[in-house]
Design a protein around this ligand. Structure first.
Ligand SMILES: *Cc1c(COP(=O)(O)O)cnc(C)c1O
Length: 379
């Protein structure tokens, strides 16, 4: 089956006697057992819940993995992946990271005795050079947020394989529709499901997908031991949002390309960061490993004051955190998603004060351009 078909054709209610078209919300914390000494398929929703299982299996299918795990947030998913490491272990990470991940790496992992070595992962030899006997994991995002830098996933996958270390990638900016890192050599794909998978800004969730059975057992153990799994109702909402992933992203990506070209031609704009533009420094690498530029783009406005004025004057772009929703939004990364990147975290790249990030929704692109044009012409 092709991706669009997979999104709507899957077993929505395994073993349900009534064959509903839509996955029921098994809003139960616990399940009655047939006997005192043997547990059935489900016993307690922290460990497993049928609504969540359908979503987890669907995510595994969409990413080309064998096992999916859904968490209460993207950060819970990332935390779980880092829990695979022990005191003394090291992570080699790209220096462009989502603000929350940067904070986790800088302020939480060191307390567990895990060290991070930051490199520019778009330079594969820098990644290989940073690996030591203690390295257990390579961690990257591609494209990064908000700089939209691209890392050659297959090349890093080859380094990880050669060195025998795990390779985890945060695929939130692309979604499984546009990029499938497991096929390029990653061992674990992570999503903030809050973004494109949900698409409607009504769920906070996270996903981990992988192929390896033994690794899956360890992730499931951690999900249950730490109690970080996604709730049944949120699983239902994600299953619902996911069905239109392709329709939404096709429209969003088409508009993002038009808007990136418009911004690149406007005198008020300094620089546009969008991997779908032929002028983007990583365009060729990106288009080799992904099916389009996506619908997140950033640009610089020259000064923090102008950036603030643009964000506040736009009418169709609400100022909000997050991206991937059907409604367009704008953010000032340094003050919002990356506010947790503080001055002392010098290894991670802090967005410049004049940078704005746009997330393009499904509105008519003519309306979005008219809004942007009126605003840019007036600041
Ligand atoms: C939002 C985001 C996260 C964190 O996800 P939450 O659902 O907000 O916890 C992680 N990585 C990236 C790239 C994100 O954009």
């Amino acid at each position: 089956m092709k991706f669009a078909t997979k999104l709507v054709h899957f077993d929505a209610a395994p073993k349900d006697p009534y064959h509903p078209k839509v996955t029921p919300i098994y809003q139960t914390a616990t399940f009655e057992q047939e006997s005192a000494d043997s547990l059935g398929e489900y016993d307690y929703s922290r460990s497993g819940n049928p609504t969540r299982t359908v979503l987890e299996e669907q995510m595994a299918a969409l990413e080309g993995g064998a096992h999916g795990f859904c968490f209460a947030s993207g950060m819970a998913a990332i935390t779980c992946v880092t829990r695979l490491l022990s005191t003394g272990d090291e992570i080699v990470s790209d220096y462009d990271l989502y603000g929350g991940t940067a904070r986790l790496f800088a302020k939480v992992l060191p307390r567990a005795g895990v060290t991070i070595r930051y490199v520019d992962a778009s330079d594969v030899s820098a990644v290989a050079g940073a690996i030591t006997a203690k390295t257990k994991m390579i961690y990257i995002e591609s494209p990064t947020n908000p700089f939209l830098r691209v890392v050659d996933i297959a090349a890093i996958g080859a380094v990880a394989k050669q060195c025998g270390v795990l390779f985890a990638i945060d695929n939130s900016v692309m979604s499984p529709y546009l990029q499938n890192p497991l096929e390029l050599g990653a061992n674990m794909v992570i999503h903030s499901a809050t973004k494109f998978l949900c698409g409607h800004s009504d769920v906070t969730g996270g996903v981990v997908v992988l192929k390896d059975d033994a690794l899956a057992q360890r992730v499931h153990f951690l999900q249950n031991a730490e109690g970080t799994a996604l709730a049944p109702f949120d699983s239902y909402l994600l299953l619902r949002g996911l069905k239109t992933l392709k329709l939404r992203m096709d429209a969003q990506q088409r508009s993002a390309q038009t808007i990136a070209e418009f911004l690149a031609s406007h005198a008020r704009v300094r620089e546009v960061y969008y991997p779908g533009l032929a002028s983007h420094r990583d365009h060729a690498v990106h288009m080799r490993q992904a099916r389009g530029g996506g619908s997140v783009l950033s640009f610089t406005a020259g000064s923090a004051e102008v950036a603030k004025a643009i964000a506040e004057r736009l009418e169709l772009f609400s100022i909000s955190l997050s991206f991937g929703s059907v409604q367009s939004s704008i953010s000032v990364p340094v003050k919002m998603s990356h506010a947790s990147v503080t001055e002392e975290m010098t290894s991670v790249r802090k967005p410049p004060a004049d940078m704005l990030r746009l997330s393009i929704g499904i509105e008519d692109v003519d309306d979005l351009i008219a809004d942007l044009r009126a605003c840019l012409d007036s600041v």
